[in-house]
Write a protein that binds this ligand. Structure first.
Ligand code: SAM
Length: 305
């Protein structure tokens, strides 16, 4: 009986994969949704490995597309034992439908503990905090991000930082350069400070254009982001500090002092605030680290109470 069930499952799987591959071949790539599909098996394995131990974990995949990384994650979740899950969030209706066919058996096994859930939705509308509550612990997040909303996705993950332990993300090279930049470097800016406020980032490896369909122009870096929020250590309130950072970086060509003047702070207060943080009067925001931003912000908040 069991052998018969297994055989039936295999037949369904083969049929589903055949239907799916036909569907996918005929589906045009939607570049407006940032679709660059990974097909290089070695690259896919490297990403799945970088996510780490999946035993009993819930992994949220952003933009699973044709399911290249999803398959590698599901195989790992299954072999790691019970209670692990992959929640795949895909905006493209056709791709989400194809994934539901592809993973029909895993989804149908819901009562025994489904290993896959496909959600047709924008990741920006997906409540990661509720998903972590349902999972009973922090999520692992992975994604080859659609380039047209990379910054919004990073901010969304940051907002839900308490729900996430670690993220492994692939982005365009110029975005990776900004995210991983250090103060003083030409790439350091609002995005670097914002992402790093939520936790350290590390560049893991880069994938060549040949790993994708269609191939992008340049190599695509993959980076790891461990959620270890700095707000408490810096003594700042999250939303207020972001508003302050936006003022500091408002105009790239202006000095920090001039940006703060334009935001309405008084000159004398600004120079004292900079002094309290050991920052020279002509400094640009791009040269300050988070600690210095926090000192300037806290000083100005105190004298403007
Ligand atoms: N993960 C797949 C891979 O590596 O082959 C596809 C990656 S492709 C760069 C980005 C994927 O994100 C596409 O499948 C696209 O349809 C999907 N996508 C675009 N906008 C999205 C959004 N707001 N929320 C969720 N997925 C989105």
């Amino acid at each position: 009986m069991i052998a018969h069930k297994t055989l039936t499952e295999k037949v369904y799987r083969i049929r589903a994969v055949w239907v799916l591959s036909t569907m996918l071949r005929e589906m045009p790539v939607k570049s407006k949704l940032g679709q660059n599909f990974l097909h290089d098996a070695h690259a896919i394995e490297r990403i799945a490995t970088a996510v780490g131990d999946l035993a009993g974990r819930t992994v949220v995949e952003i933009g699973p597309g044709r399911g290249a990384i999803t398959h590698a994650l599901v195989a790992r979740v299954k072999s790691a034992g019970p209670a692990g899950r992959v929640v795949a969030i895909e905006l493209d209706r056709e791709l989400a439908a194809a994934l539901k066919v592809d993973f029909a058996l895993e989804i149908a096994a819901a009562d025994e503990g489904a290993t896959v859930e496909v959600v047709e939705k924008s990741i920006l509308d997906f409540d990661l905090t509720a998903a972590a509550e349902e999972a009973g612990g922090p999520l692992l997040v992975v994604g080859n991000l659609p380039y047209y909303i990379t910054s919004d996705i990073l901010l969304h993950l940051g907002k839900h930082h308490r729900a996430i332990e670690r993220a492994v993300l692939m982005v365009q090279r110029e975005v990776a350069d900004r995210i991983t930049a250090s103060p003083g470097g030409s790439e350091y800016g609002l995005l670097s400070a914002t992402v790093q406020l939520y936790g350290p980032v590390e560049r893991l490896f880069s994938l060549p254009p040949s790993a994708f369909t269609p191939p992008p122009q340049v190599h695509s870096p993959v980076f790891g982001w461990k959620m270890a929020p700095q707000m408490e250590k810096l003594g700042v309130e999250e939303d207020e500090f972001f508003r302050f950072l936006r003022k500091c970086f408002a105009q790239k060509r202006k000095t920090l002092s001039n940006n703060l003047k334009a935001a309405g702070y008084e000159s004398l207060q600004i120079s004292k605030a900079l002094q309290s943080a050991g920052v020279v009067p002509q400094a640009r925001a791009e040269t300050l680290d988070l600690n210095q931003f926090a000192k300037v912000s806290n000083y100005l908040a105190l004298v403007n109470q």
